[in-house]
Design a protein around this ligand. Structure first.
Ligand code: AMP
Ligand code: ZN
Length: 494
């Protein structure tokens, strides 16, 4: 680790960039909220997962020993993201006329196939909410014992008003409790079980129709959505850990409630650095399943969507996202994606050119400064767009050396090669997919080859659900897979 530039991380809690100082170096605990597996992940979700993939990769590059935990939400996330409405997974199970756990399996498998496609590194632990019901009940008991929750008719609610008298509820999201207070009376008149508008369910009584439900000291019910992350992050990373991430839209209520639950149960906010990735938008509106403006990975890589002018490879998309700061919104645009496609091609071509360069006795170029600049921008809160800009300065340098206008020594050439491999492939996680142009069918052929490979791997592991999901989703896009003993081929029919 270079002593000159300490890593700085923007902490959403203090709203400042802070020098990163792990609780127990060289170990780092990193938790990020994973998907709710009731449908396929869309491109917006992928952007957030990519943000924390970069955090994980760069911390690892700095020689930290990172324990990366990303959960799977397989129960408790209701349709309104709060306490009202049906569980998203149960609703989907009803619509597809299958078991909720089949929905969970199907979309978890699909999620894993997608993360492979976008080269997202697997977390060290991927815990599920349903696998931690006992711990969730224990946490509710601690919150009740400490007086920050109350039971009503088989449900348990977190007492925000009581909590806010002693602690700063709203410290993460900046929401003011006074503003919430004004809405209280109105809401209570509606016969709500809650004492206060901002109270939230940590255990919800199950209806007769509910399929996924568990016994508890308060009767048969389901844990509240926010509880799983409080429980699983601290179970695997300790009562106090380094980094908690998620999308900006989770700051409130999800993460604000996580803090309240942990403080209510154990007296501490467990997280040292809260990090939030900003949203992918379409014409300025957040990409979201419910708004109908989302693209699925398959739509993107086949180009089969009204908003897409062509197909884009997963690496083009990855590069497109990395050209923006993770704290800024990114608006979807065909122009920007096409530019990313060209940019990535230029970068990869320069790496190829490096292999052809013949070194001289001396260097007329300054390789060390370039390397230091890339490290410095990454250490400035993982600033990937600036890092990529430096890499492009280096591309110019590589091309002028190749043209014979500048010289490079053998030592510097090896350093430069190492630098480009480390930054492009290990830290930015890009992959050489061959020809990234779309002037012919080459990228589609390669992508389909990749998808068929993933499907074959699933079949080898007897993971029939993923294999079938891939086949069925391709079918929806008019792509048929034909399996024979020796190989699988594909056909596209309009
Ligand atoms: P969900 O499956 O809805 O719980 O979301 C999984 C992750 O994707 C969360 O961290 C969300 O904050 C994030 N997310 C959802 N929509 C978007 C979007 N349009 N852009 C970026 N991240 C998003
Ligand atoms: Zn979470």
């Amino acid at each position: 680790m270079s002593k000159d530039h300490p890593l700085h991380i923007y902490n959403s809690l203090t709203r400042t960039k802070e020098v990163f100082s792990p609780i127990n170096p060289p170990f780092v605990g990193l938790y990020t909220c994973g998907p709710t597996v009731y449908s396929e992940v869309h491109l917006g979700n992928i952007r957030t997962f990519l943000t924390f993939d970069i955090v994980y990769r760069y911390l690892t590059h700095l020689n930290y020993k990172v324990r990366y935990v990303r959960n799977i939400t397989d129960v408790g996330h209701l349709l309104d993201d709060g306490d009202i409405g049906e569980d998203k997974i149960e609703q989907r199970a009803r619509l597809e006329k299958i078991e909720p756990m089949e929905i969970v399996q199907k979309y978890t498998n699909g999620f894993h196939a997608t993360t492979q496609l976008f080269n997202l590194i697997e977390p060290n632990i991927e815990p599920t909410a349903t696998g931690h019901i006992v711990e969730q009940i224990e946490m509710i008991e601690r919150i009740l014992k400490n007086g920050y929750a109350y039971e009503v008719n088989g449900s348990v609610y977190f007492d925000v008003k009581k909590y806010a008298k002693e602690y700063n509820y709203g410290e993460l999201s900046g929401r003011k409790i006074d503003e919430l207070l004004e809405q209280t009376r109105e809401n209570l008149e509606g016969g709500n079980e809650k004492r206060f508008f901002a109270d939230f369910a940590i255990w919800k009584k199950a209806s007769k129709e509910t399929i996924m439900k568990w016994n508890s000291p308060w009767g048969i019910g389901v844990p509240g959505w926010h509880l799983e992350c409080s429980v699983m992050s601290t179970k695997y990373l300790g009562k106090e850990f380094d980094i908690h991430g998620g999308g900006m839209d989770l700051k409130f209520p999800h993460h604000e409630c996580e803090i309240a639950q942990s403080v209510g149960a154990d007296g501490t906010n467990p997280v040292k650095y809260w990090m939030h990735g900003n949203m992918l938008t379409v014409n300025g509106t957040k990409m979201s399943k419910s708004l109908g403006n989302s693209f699925l990975p398959m739509e993107l890589i086949t180009g089969n969507h009204p908003l897409l002018e062509q197909a884009y490879s997963p690496m083009t998309v990855r590069f497109f996202f990395l050209q923006a700061n993770y704290r800024s919104t990114v608006d979807f645009s065909n122009e920007a994606l096409k530019a990313a496609e060209k940019g990535l091609k230029r970068l990869l071509e320069a790496i190829h050119t490096l292999e052809k360069i013949v070194p001289s006795n001396t260097s007329s170029v300054d390789v060390d400064t370039l390397i230091n600049k890339c490290e410095a921008s990454m250490k400035d809160d993982f600033n990937t767009p600036i890092t990529i800009a430096h890499l492009f300065d280096g591309v110019k340098m590589i091309n002028t050396i190749n043209d014979g206008k500048e010289t490079i020594s053998n030592r510097d050439l090896e350093k430069l090669k190492q630098h480009y491999h480390t930054f492009t492939f290990d830290i930015l996680g890009l992959k050489n997919e061959g020809d990234t142009s779309t002037s012919n069918n080459q990228p589609i052929n390669e992508l389909m080859g990749l998808i068929i490979d993933i499907r074959n791997q699933s079949k080898e592991k007897k993971d029939w659900a993923t294999a079938d999901l891939i086949r069925d989703e391709l079918k929806k896009l008019n792509i048929t897979i034909q399996d024979s003993k020796e190989s699988s081929t594909w056909k596209y029919e309009k």
